[in-house]
Design a protein around this ligand. Structure first.
Ligand SMILES: *[C@@H]1O[C@H](CO)[C@@H](O)[C@H](O)[C@H]1NC(C)=O
Ligand SMILES: *[C@@H]1O[C@H](CO)[C@@H](O)[C@H](O)[C@H]1NC(C)=O
Ligand SMILES: *[C@@H]1O[C@H](CO)[C@@H](O)[C@H](O)[C@H]1NC(C)=O
Length: 417
């Protein structure tokens, strides 16, 4: 059983490595070609490199490299199937392949027949055949290798990579979108698009966005578009899309949501003029990204007094005069304190009800004395009642007992009769 598993593992490892391995095929005359075993896969819109090298028979000097694409079943591709000729670039080459195919090593004497095919589309899937032209002992000669390279073009799955540095309101910044693939084909169209919260799309014109080409090794290029802009609070939460359109109609896009660091004015709400006994209820709010921490403090002659930490609302029930004063809402936005002040006045109810306090005073005295009198009267009457209540109770009891004895004696008298 274990042996069987080992055998399958070994076989599968051999199978997968064989797919990407390069293999040399030689004929009896000494013409050899080294190509990738199995299929080369590439994505539409991008490019494929067919790695290839060859050796020729004794006395043969290679002068040009020719590639064909034709049905696998055909023994040998026709001249009409020519897709590349290292000497006659555009003559006789299939129009669809013109300027799309290039040798990685332009010096044919290096025996390096590797080619890159740019701007791939589905129709580029198929088998490719190599021919080397040259001369042998002074006479023109050529050789077509029977071994072929197979290419399979799949749908584009790679997405552009969008780089967004940290965004801060009002600070000029640059967004970068890099097209996938390292090819040398034609420049793709790179466009930027905003998607606002309302769902409206708007395209950004090319003069704001700049497409840059970066020359890399082996003739490959990287295409990127940069967009300079100054973000505002309104950009926070909106979507930006970078869309890359390759020659041949293949498109790919990437959408990112923008996070803009911003802070708006500190807002304080709540009643500032209170009467004694009411509840002070203040709310401090700051609209910002990232969110701010809010704390309330109160200023008094002794310095500041911490009332409430980490809460946007300050509630003090049953306020008194000493609660009057300046309160401070301290919003901590990205380690930067933002202060906002509010003055609270707590007044006595009586002072507020009338314009002046003098006419009130006699009434207050009269009221107090009246209530004292009333209280005394109530107290006395209570005492009186309780005393009155005790007496009749005792009388009742004696009366009742008297009655009972009376009646009983009466009955007894009757019974006696
Ligand atoms: C063919 O040339 C390319 C480009 O110079 C190189 O990367 C590749 O390794 C060469 N292949 C061989 C088999 O020498
Ligand atoms: C922004 O994009 C995300 C996904 O990338 C999506 O869920 C969201 O609805 C988009 N918002 C708008 C306003 O289009
Ligand atoms: C890249 O190479 C092309 C020619 O192949 C040249 O025109 C262009 O200026 C180069 N760009 C840079 C950034 O070097």
């Amino acid at each position: 059983m274990i042996l069987l598993i080992w055998a399958t593992l070994l076989l599968s490892v051999r199978g997968s490595s064989a797919e990407t391995a390069e293999k040399q095929h030689c004929d009896y005359r000494g013409y050899c070609v080294t190509l990738t075993e199995g299929e080369l896969t590439a994505e539409a819109g991008l490019c494929v490199v067919i790695p290839c090298s060859f050796t020729t028979a004794y006395g043969f000097t290679p002068q040009s490299i020719v590639w064909y694409k034709c049905e696998q079943s055909t023994q040998q591709c026709d001249d009409s199937d020519m897709i590349f000729h290292s000497k006659k670039y555009n003559q006789n080459v299939q129009p669809g392949f013109r300027r799309r195919v290039s040798l990685l090593e332009p010096d044919v004497s290096q025996n390096n027949c590797s080619i890159r095919i740019n701007n791939l589309s589905d129709s580029d899937s198929g088998s490719y055949q190599l021919r080397v032209n040259g001369d042998r002992f002074g006479r023109p000669d050529g050789y077509t290798f029977s071994q072929r390279a197979t290419v399979s073009v799949t749908d584009l799955t790679q997405k552009p990579s969008v780089m967004i540095p940290p965004l801060t309101e009002g600070k000029q910044t640059t967004l970068t979108c890099t097209a996938p693939g390292l090819c040398s084909g034609s420049r793709p169209k790179i466009s930027w698009m905003w998607r606002e919260a309302g769902g409206n799309d708007s395209y950004i014109t090319e003069n704001i966005a700049v497409v840059k080409t970066e020359n890399l090794t082996a003739g490959t290029k990287r295409y990127r578009s940069t967009l300079d802009f100054s973000p505002s609070a309104e950009h926070h939460g909106t979507n930006i899309t970078c869309k890359v359109s390759f020659n041949g109609g293949t498109t790919t896009e990437k959408t990112l949501t923008l996070n803009v660091n911003y802070v708006k004015k500190v807002q304080i709400s709540g009643n500032r003029n209170l009467k004694k006994g009411e509840t002070l209820n203040l709310t401090c709010s700051v609209e910002s990204f990232p969110p701010s921490f809010v704390a309330w403090t109160k200023r008094n002659c002794m310095g500041s007094l911490i009332r409430n930490r980490r809460s946007s609302t300050l509630v003090i029930p049953d306020v008194r005069a000493e609660h009057s004063g300046q309160y401070v809402c301290e919003a901590m936005y990205m380690e930067r304190p933002l202060l906002s002040y509010v003055n609270i006045t707590v007044s006595l109810d009586l002072v507020i009800n009338c314009g002046s306090c003098r006419p009130v005073l006699p009434w207050v005295v009269a009221g107090v004395s009246l209530s004292v009198h009333v209280l005394v009267i109530i107290l006395i009457s209570c005492l009186w009642n309780s005393r009155k209540k005790v007496k009749p109770n005792q009388e009742d009891r004696t009366y009742m007992s008297l009655q009972r004895t009376d009646t009983s004696s009466e009955y007894e008298v009757i019974a006696q009769c």
